[in-house]
Design a protein around this ligand. Structure first.
Ligand code: DNO
Length: 360
């Protein structure tokens, strides 16, 4: 595996490439052109400039998170073909720039959903948190206003203010889309993009829906083992793969994370590894990466990745806000650096214990 950190680009991120370069064992970043909008073709020059900036700082650009999918594609509208053509043109340019990993999601309207961006934990750190009760009580606009004071001046992916202005139209767009239609629209999209992925060896890595169930009545399909295996089979090409995100699949305690990882052997192209602390099955907060701080056994998650021979990029996921840092919620430097060091430590121990068993 290659340990990486997500980086939003020098215009948007409070963390610098130079800081990332100094985290032991982190050799690359996962980035994006954060100012592009879904449906736009990414210019080759801009991709090359981003790559050069990262490489000049002594890191590799290990992949893109995200190239967002336009809602017309997800909702299956007649104009989807034009947007898929644009997506293909972007993939073509990424391929020409020698980039082989694209993380994306197929969540209608929003990306991830959290009801709090700065819940205070007993140690005084602040974290993103979710309660179903708050979602049931609020409509999306109310929720957006209730969290917008805690973004530390950042634009949260999927919750861009200009999208929020069109929220009603976005909901109307999906009024006739149920889970089956969403699966069909995803299949249509994947079948059209697979040829360009084959040509340039681009691994598409779908990010799970977060939380892993329907919110605000919208359909959500990338939520559990049955559905993700269905998706893998539906377009049975190794370039149709997965971002295994423990913190997203893990929102549903019925998901057995190590078992899911093992069942996806050969199809996990990217991993997001983080821990959650559950206070009840519908109230969770994002803990430190350390197993004992949350609910998941991080050793078992890393072991499962090791066992399937995972070689792709991995990143610590959302970190807590600690030591007075002011940054995009979930994406500060300090706690993600601690997370990277911890995950690297687990990996080293797993690797060495396996090698010593082989010698015996
Ligand atoms: C949250 C992230 C997601 C992810 C997208 C992928 O912090 O993991 O926003 O990047 O869902 O398209």
């Amino acid at each position: 595996m290659q340990m990486t950190l997500r980086w939003y680009g020098s215009r948007f991120d409070t963390v610098t490439l130079q800081q990332i370069r100094q985290i032991p064992g982190v050799t690359g970043v996962i980035s994006t052109l954060y100012d592009t909008v879904p449906g736009e073709v990414w210019a080759l020059e801009r991709i090359l400039a981003l790559k050069k900036e990262v490489e000049d700082a002594g890191l590799t650009l290990a992949g893109i998170e995200s190239v967002n999918v336009h809602d017309a594609i997800k909702a299956g509208l007649p104009e989807r073909d034009q947007y898929i053509d644009n997506y293909i043109a972007t993939l073509e340019n990424l391929g020409k720039a020698d980039i082989h990993l694209v993380c994306y999601n197929f969540m209608p309207v929003f990306d991830w959903t959290r009801t709090e961006l700065a819940r205070v934990r007993p140690d005084g750190s602040t974290v993103l948190a979710y309660t179903q009760e708050a979602v049931d009580r609020l409509n999306p606009e109310e929720m957006f206003s209730s969290i917008s004071g805690d973004t530390n001046g950042s634009i949260m992916p999927g919750w861009e203010p200009e999208r929020m202005e069109h929220i009603k139209e976005l909901f109307d767009m999906y009024s006739t889309v149920d889970d089956e239609a969403l699966f069909a629209n995803l299949k249509y999209f994947l079948e059209r993009i697979m040829p360009v992925c084959d040509k340039y060896d681009i691994n598409m890595a779908i990010h799970p829906d977060d939380p892993a169930w329907s919110v605000f009545g919208l359909p959500r399909i990338i939520i559990n083992k049955t559905n993700i295996l269905r998706m893998m089979k539906m377009v049975d090409n190794p370039h149709n793969g997965v971002t295994f995100c423990s913190g997203s699949y893990g929102t549903n305690l019925e998901n057995d994370l190590p078992d899911m990882i093992r069942s996806l052997k050969g199809r996990i192209h990217f991993a997001h590894v983080r821990n959650l602390k559950f206070n009840s099955p519908t109230d969770f907060e994002e803990a430190a990466h350390l197993s004992s701080d949350g609910t998941f056994d991080m050793y078992e998650i890393m072991l499962a990745l090791y066992d399937i021979g995972f070689t792709g990029p991995i990143r610590p996921d959302h970190g807590r806000m600690i030591w007075g840092e002011v940054a995009m919620p979930g994406y500060g430097l300090y706690d993600r650096a601690l997370g990277a060091a911890y995950l690297n430590g687990l990996w080293e121990a797993i690797e060495k214990s396996h090698k010593s068993k082989i010698k015996l």
